[in-house]
Ligand binder design. Sequence first.
Ligand code: NCD
Length: 344
Amino acid sequence: MQFTGSHILSISQFEQRDVEYLFKVADAMEPYAQREKRTRVLDGAILGNLFFEPSTRTRVSFGCAFNLLGGHVRETTDIKTSSISKGESLYDTARVISGYSDVIAMRHPVAGSVEEFSRASRVPVINAGDGPSEHPSQALLDLYTIRKELGIKGPADKLRIAMVGDLKHGRTVHSLGKLLSLYRNIHFTLVSPRELRMPAEIVEELRSKGHEVLETDNMEAGLHNNDTVYLTRIQEERFANQSEADIYRGRFRLNQAIYTQYCKPNTVIMHPLPRDSRSEANELDNDLNQHPNLAIFRQTDNGVLIRMALFALTLGVADEIHNHVEPVSWFTAKRFHNPPPNRT
Ligand code: NCD
């Protein structure tokens, strides 16, 4: 695909070679994200960071990624404080904000809204989550993390992954499923309540590409024999009423005891975060916090690299990063988490 000037709306836009190229660019971002040196390649550029739904890490990491490339960030973080609350259309907002920005990252509660917005935008738009539909940058950082965790250098063929939780409303698993489907012979175990199964069209797409898909509501059986277990939160904001979400909270939990009993040793533990740590949910227990196979904070670290790569590519400066380098003069703590344990 042609990255420069393109919107990044869905994983369906990607071919395997685009993913490999993006990961190479992300690798090159490491010294900048680690504050070993800095680049001003995007000095003067402005990111419009539009978040019309709650977010912590996606919003902040898009912003930090842009800052780390030398660019500036303008944020809108609430529908209530933006003119959308006065009845403004996505079309008008897009015409306006794209006049102020060089690139836009956008999250919105309605499926398809970011694509609609992008049609009126004059600058590239990156989908930071459109309702229950997709979250492409999360899927890219998830696969990037899986490869680093498992020491996979090339394609992620033959990977065995369990996805657990609210697979119906979880946009991260929709995008990650599509992304993994670009590879060969992936084994998906989809663990969810019957009512919250992965949308049939996605399961169909995975099977039609030759992947093995097992759907179950039996957590213990589903955890068996995977390389990676990917937990998700019940997406309570997508339910018509909270009492319905309550039915499913806490149904599928991973903790130290369950991990030890049912997972293959060295299974990588992932979650897009936020994990719901309230006692009635607690899908990923704090008693795994020190576990070497818990990759959740390496996922968040990797998110910065992937988002830097997306900006460098959509703005056409991926080959120029190192031409604008300066030293770092301030005290720099080691900020990224320890590298994954050697599992090979
Ligand atoms: C996810 C999201 O917003 O879809 N969070 C994230 O971006 N890392 C998952 C979630 O909210 O459960």
